[in-house]
Write a protein that binds this ligand. Structure first.
Ligand code: ARG
Length: 490
C-alpha cells in the first residue's frame, strides 16, 4: 500500500509536473484556455465577457467546492494524498486572501473560478493546474450557485420570519382595536386590527414554505457532470455529495450543466414575496396619509421634502413598492434568457447571476427594513375608532338579524338596502335610526335589532375558525407566538 502510494506520488509529484506554456495577451495576462488560440483576446471582448465583478461573491462556495473536488480526486487516485493536501492548503490561502480583500485580481480573470485557479497556481506552482481535472466550469458554476443559494435561502427565511414576528407582536397589542375592513377599498365590515395584521403573517408563512420547497430542488449535487457529458475519471460522486452535504445527486449531466430552473424558481418565489411586501407598502402609504390617518410611521423610516417643510413622506414603503417591479423584471430577464437555449451549457447562462443577486439583495433588504418598521408603527386609536363607527359597516349584521327572524336572506338584503338609502338621504348612520324608522321599512324589526347593532358584536359573531372574532384572533396569536419561537430552517 505504502509502496504503491509512493510510486504514484513519484509519477505525479509536483516537482515533476511541467509548467505548460500559457498564452499571454498584450496586457500580459494569462489565459488558461489559450492553447488553441493564435491571437490574444481583444480587450473589449475581455471586458464584455468577464463576470468576475458579479460572481466573486461566490468565492467561499467556489473554494468549498474545489476542496471537495480535490478530495474526490484523491479518493479516485487521480491525486496523491500529498497533492490533495497541498492543493487544499493552497486553496485555504487563496480563501484568506479573498476574505481579507488582499486577493490580487487580474484583468484577464474571466470569472471567479479562473481567478482562484490562476492564483492557486501562482502560490503552489504547476500542481495548481491539476485542480480542474475531471471538472468543467459548467458543473463548477452551478455547484457554486446551489451552495450559495442554500445559505441565502436560510437568511431569507429568517428575515421573513422576523417580519412575521413583528406583525404578531403588533397584533397582540391590537386585538381590541376594531377597524373598518375593506373590499373594493370601500368600508365593508368591522374587523380586529390584529386580524388584519395576521393576514400578512399567513401570506409570509406561504412564502417561507415556497422557499423551503425551492430548496429541495436546489439541494442536488451537480459536480462530476463535467462540461456536459460526465467525467473520464472514476470519481465517486456520492462521496462528493456527502462532503458537501447534498442529499441527492444530479442524474443527467446534460441537464445538470444547463439547468437553471432553480434560479427561475427562486426569482419567482422572490417575486411573490415582493408582491406581498408591495401590497403591505400600499396599505402603509394609504393608512399613513392624512386622508386615512389610521397610523403613523416612525420618523426614522420616513423622509422630508426639500421644498415643503411640513412633509413627512413614506419613502421606504414607496421604494419597496417600486422595487417590486425590479424584482419581477429580474424573473422575466432570466426566463427570457433561458427560453431559446439548446442543450447543454451556453454562455448565456452567465446572465443568471446578476438578476438573482440583485433580486435577493432587494428582497432581503426590504424584509430587514420592514421587520423594524412594523414594530414601530403607531396606530391612531381615535381615528380608527371613529372610522369604524361610520360607513354602514353593520348593514350585513342587520340583514343577518332579519334572517334570524326567518326572513330569507335576499329579502333581508333588500330591506337593509332601503334603510341605507334612507340614511344616505338624511345624512344618518344606521345606528341613528329609531325602532320606528326600522319598522317603517319592515315589521320584522324588534327592539333586539338595535342591540344587535354594535361593532364589537359584529366582530365577535365571526367566531368560526378563520373569522375575526376576538377570541379566535387571540387563539391565532398564541398559535403564531408558539410557532415563531422555533428558529426557521429553509
Ligand atoms: N462564468 C461562467 C458562468 O457563470 C462559467 C464559465 C463557463 N464558461 C465556459 N466557457 N464554459 O456561467
Amino acid at each position: 500500500m505504502k509502496a504503491s502510494q509512493s510510486t504514484r506520488q513519484k509519477k505525479v509529484s509536483p516537482s515533476k509536473t511541467k509548467q505548460t506554456s500559457l498564452k499571454k495577451s498584450p496586457t500580459n495576462s494569462v489565459k488558461a484556455w489559450g492553447g488553441r488560440f493564435s491571437e490574444a483576446t481583444d480587450a473589449l471582448v475581455e471586458r464584455f465577457t468577464t463576470s468576475l465583478h458579479i460572481d466573486q461573491r461566490l468565492f467561499e462556495y467556489d473554494i468549498q467546492g474545489s476542496m471537495a473536488h480535490c478530495q474526490t480526486l484523491e479518493k479516485a487516485k487521480v491525486l496523491s494524498k500529498t497533492e490533495c493536501q497541498k492543493l487544499i492548503r493552497g486553496l485555504t490561502r487563496v480563501r484568506s486572501e479573498l476574505r481579507e480583500g488582499q486577493f490580487p485580481f487580474a484583468d484577464s480573470d474571466e470569472d471567479i473560478h479562473m481567478a482562484v485557479e490562476r492564483r492557486l497556481t501562482k502560490l503552489i506552482g504547476p500542481l495548481g493546474g491539476k485542480l480542474h481535472t475531471g471538472r468543467s466550469r459548467n458543473d463548477q458554476v452551478t455547484l457554486d450557485l446551489r451552495l450559495y443559494l442554500r445559505d441565502q435561502l436560510q437568511v431569507l427565511n429568517g428575515q421573513i420570519q422576523a417580519v412575521q414576528s413583528a406583525f404578531v407582536q403588533q397584533a397582540s397589542q391590537h386585538i381590541n382595536t376594531l377597524i373598518p375592513g375593506y373590499t373594493h377599498l370601500q368600508r365593508a365590515q368591522p374587523v380586529s386590527l390584529a386580524h388584519h395584521f395576521l393576514a400578512y403573517v399567513e401570506m409570509m408563512e406561504r412564502d417561507k414554505a415556497r422557499v423551503s420547497d425551492a430548496l429541495r430542488r436546489i439541494n442536488v449535487m451537480p459536480l462530476g457532470s463535467g462540461a456536459l457529458a460526465g467525467s473520464n475519471y472514476p470519481t465517486d460522486r456520492t462521496f462528493t455529495a456527502k462532503l458537501l452535504n447534498f442529499p441527492a445527486l444530479s442524474q443527467n449531466s446534460l441537464d445538470a450543466v444547463s439547468d437553471r430552473d432553480y434560479v427561475a424558481e427562486v426569482l419567482s418565489v422572490l417575486s411573490l414575496i415582493m408582491m406581498h411586501l408591495s401590497r403591505l407598502s400600499e396599505e402603509l402609504i394609504l393608512w399613513s396619509s392624512q386622508e386615512f390617518s389610521f397610523m403613523e410611521l416612525p420618523d426614522a423610516f420616513c423622509t422630508g421634502s426639500s421644498m415643503m417643510p411640513q412633509k413627512k413622506n413614506p419613502d421606504v414603503p414607496e421604494l419597496i413598492r417600486g422595487k417590486t417591479g425590479r424584482v419581477y423584471g429580474q424573473l422575466v430577464t432570466l426566463l427570457t434568457t433561458l427560453k431559446g437555449l439548446p442543450l447543454s451549457y451556453n454562455r448565456d447562462l452567465q446572465e443568471d447571476k446578476e438578476p438573482l443577486f440583485d433580486a435577493l439583495q432587494t428582497v432581503v433588504d426590504s424584509l430587514t427594513i420592514y421587520a423594524q418598521l412594523i414594530q414601530r408603527i403607531h396606530v391612531r386609536q381615535d381615528v380608527v375608532g371613529k372610522a369604524v363607527g361610520s360607513g354602514f359597516l353593520l348593514a350585513t349584521e342587520l340583514a343577518d338579524y332579519l334572517v334570524q327572524e326567518s326572513v330569507p336572506f335576499r329579502e333581508a338584503h333588500s330591506i337593509v338596502g332601503q334603510l341605507v338609502q334612507t340614511c344616505i338621504k338624511n345624512s344618518k348612520e344606521l345606528k341613528d335610526l329609531s325602532l320606528k324608522d326600522l319598522q317603517a321599512i319592515s315589521p320584522r324589526f324588534s327592539k333586539r335589532a338595535l342591540a344587535f347593532l354594535t361593532v364589537q358584536g359584529a366582530v365577535d359573531r365571526k367566531s368560526q375558525i378563520g373569522g375575526t372574532a376576538r377570541k379566535q384572533v387571540a387563539r391565532q396569536i398564541k398559535f403564531w407566538e408558539q410557532r415563531l419561537k422555533k428558529k426557521v430552517s429553509a
